[in-house]
Design a protein around this ligand. Structure first.
Ligand code: COA
Length: 149
């Protein structure tokens, strides 16, 4: 794996690799069909971090203006703690700003401490908690928001 990577719009050719990462990273993965649909959705921003050969990470966001809602963000286990998740998150924040969104929401499992540290480090603040929102395992969902100035 090269340490060089670019953040680019996702393409159909990358969907099978993204679906594989979904299965590795989440207990309730999006299917290839749902991922392919989201590529075609004009209100969805879908980015990958790629070294040209492999997808190292990806992130997606619904633009439901005046809000944006991050739907997924994941980095391949071998590529973690190198700043790729942070760069993907910043790229989504920039896309939300370009679209003139006022704020960005996301939801995270209450015990996902790594992701929570990432979000809080990028200026997201806790605004709510949904009891038992997640299954496999059952867990509360924490709702975070970042205002776009
Ligand atoms: C969460 C995730 C996307 C982070 O990706 P990443 O590329 O490893 O994150 P980065 O290297 O950009 O980390 C940026 C900062 O976030 C925090 N962070 C990230 N992972 C962390 C961890 N496991 N433990 C503690 N802090 C962590 C740190 O502050 C880190 O900065 P540092 O490395 O300088 O200390 C990745 O762990 C992942 O794919 N997890 C599985 C899927 C998932 O849970 N997605 C989020 C769903 S809401």
């Amino acid at each position: 794996m090269s340490s060089e990577y670019s953040i680019l719009p996702a393409t159909e050719a990358e969907i099978s690799q993204i679906a594989e990462l979904e299965r590795i990273c989440f207990s309730d993965p999006w299917s290839e069909a749902v991922l392919t649909e989201s590529l075609a959705n004009p209100y969805y921003r879908f980015l990958v971090a790629t070294d040209g050969a492999e997808v190292l990470g990806y992130a997606g966001m619904f633009l439901t203006l005046p809000e944006a809602q991050i739907a997924n963000i994941a980095v391949a286990p071998v590529a973690r703690r190198k700043g790729i998740g942070r760069e993907l998150l910043r790229a989504l924040c920039n896309a939300a700003q370009d679209a003139e969104a006022e704020c960005i929401f996301l939801e995270v499992r209450e015990h996902n401490l790594g992701a929570i540290a990432l979000y809080e480090g990028e200026g997201f603040g806790l605004v709510g908690q949904r009891r038992n929102y997640y299954s496999n395992p059952t867990e509360d969902g924490l709702i975070y928001v970042k205002e776009i100035l």
